[in-house]
Write a protein of this length. Sequence first.
Length: 475
Amino acid sequence: MKSIKEMGANFVRLAHYPQDPEVYKACDELGLLVWDELPWCRGGIGNEVWKMNAKNMLTEIINQNYNHPSIIIWSLGNEINWLPDFPDGDNPEKTNTFLTELNDIAHKLDPTRKTAIRKYYEGSHIVDVFSPSIWSGWYSGSYKSYQKAIDVYKKEYSHFIHAEYGGDSHVGRHSENPITGENVIKAEGWEEAIVQTKVANIAQIGDWSENYIVDLFDWHLHISENDPTFVGNIQWAFKDFATPLRPEDDIPYMNQKGLTDRNGIPKDAYYVFKSYWAKEPFAYIESHTWTERQGPENTPRTISVFSNCEKVTFFHNGKSLGEKQRNIALYPANGLTWDVNFTKGENILVAVGKTKEGKTVSDTLKVNYRFKKNEAATSLQLSFEKLKNGNYLVTAMAIDNNNLRCLDYEESVYFQCIKGGKTLRNQGTPTGSESIKMANGKASIEVIPDDSNTPIEMTALNQSFKGEYLKIPVN
C-alpha cells in the first residue's frame, strides 16, 4: 500500500476475497480511498445455501470494516454471471432479484456509502456505481480506442468508473517496434469477447514487452488525465500474482499484469503512473532493464523520460540534446522524448529534471549498442555472479554462431541444480522460477548453496538446443 501511495494513486480496488485487517489500516493511515469487494467473482447465482453464505459474507464485511474511513464503496460482485457453477446460474432475472437483496442489505447496514458492481450489465441500474469492462489494447481492439469507449459509457451510466485495464509484461523483454495490433485487430472494438480464443487480441499475438505496456498505460492516462468529465480508472493489478489458470505464461502460473513483479520491484509501467500522479520529483529513463540494444548505424531511436518535473534536459554521452517542457496534453511521455543516435559500444544517457521550485533530480542509464544484428540462436551460454546475500545468480543467455546475444529470442529455459545447493523456485518472480521464457535472450535464477562447501552444479535446458552445464566454485 505504501508503494501504491508513493506511485501517486489515491484509490484502491481490493480483490475478490476478504482482506487482512492490516490492509484497511494501511489505507486509513496513507489516505487511500477503498473499493471493498464481496467475494462473488464469476460462478453465477447459486442455491439457497449459497445465497445465505453470500449475504452472511456481505454483512460481515460491512460490520467488520464499517469504521474504516478509507472505504467509500461496497462492491457486490465482479463478472458475476460468467461461467456459472449451478444450472441456470446465469439467469439475469434470478441474478437481479438477488443482487437487489444484496444492495438493500448494504444500504441498510451502511446508508452513507455507495454500492458498486463490475461487468454485469444487466444489473448496472441496481447499484450506485457501475464499471463496464474495457480492455482496450489487450483483450480487444487498440488502446487508441479508449476515448471512444469512455465517451459511450459516460452517457450510458450516470455513476461510471472504469475498473480493470492493462495487460501482461515480462520483466526485461523489450522491442524496438512493439506489436500494437494496428491493421491486424479491429481497432473499433473495446469489449473483450466472452470466449477469447475465438477473437484475435494483443494478449494472444503481442510480445508481452515492457515497451508495449508502457505505451498502453501512457495512452490510458493521457486520456483520463485530460478528460475533466471522467472520474477515473483503476488498473488491474498492482502486483504480479499466482493463478492456477496460466501454465503457458512467460512465468508459468503467474498473471503478469502487475506494475511490479511478485517481489514488489517496479516494472517500467510503474513509472508511467508515477509521472502523472506522484508528488515527489523524479525522472526515469525508459528502460533500466533495456541495456543491450541493436540497430543499423545512423538510425535514431526515440527515448522517453517519465518525470513529474516541469522541465527535463537530456544528455547523450555528455552532450545536451535540449531541454523540454513537460506538457500533459502531449503523448507519449507528456512530450519528454528525444531522438538519440546511438554510437557503437557504451552510451551514457542522463536525464535532469527541474521542478518549478528549482529542485533538480536526475537519472542515468548506460546502454551497450551494436550495429550488427544477431543471427538465429544456436546455443545457451551460462554464467554466474555471487549476490550480497551469499546466494548465486545463474544466467542463461541465448547466443548465435558469432557469440552475439540473441535479443529476439523468447523461448523457455529450464534450470536445474544438480549438486551443491538448490534453486529459488516456485516464487513467480523473474529470478525465482525454474521454468521461464527468455527476455531478449536472457533468463536468470537465484541459487542457494548448501553447507557442504562442494561446487554448485547447474544445468539449463530448452527445446531448441542441447543442455548446458555450469560448475560454480563455492568459497
